[in-house]
Design a binder for this molecule. Structure first.
Ligand code: FES
Length: 56
């Protein structure tokens, strides 16, 4: 499912980034470019990052 429409980023990409070492929201933003335009994806991105870190 698309989380960031502006950049075309999916929840799977966010999870993979976290598993690959992007250990917080800032690193996910830097790595994928999510939340760098309209910012509407910020809350959902944060939830996915937190959930993925909790499941690790
Ligand atoms: Fe992610 Fe716009 S939906 S920056």
């Amino acid at each position: 499912m698309y989380v960031c429409i502006c950049k075309g980023i999916t929840d799977t990409q966010i999870r993979e980034a976290v598993c690959g070492g992007a250990s917080n929201l800032k690193k996910v933003r830097q790595q994928l470019g999510a939340m760098t335009q309209c910012g509407k994806c910020a809350m959902m991105t944060r939830d996915i990052v937190e959930q993925t870190l909790a499941d690790k």
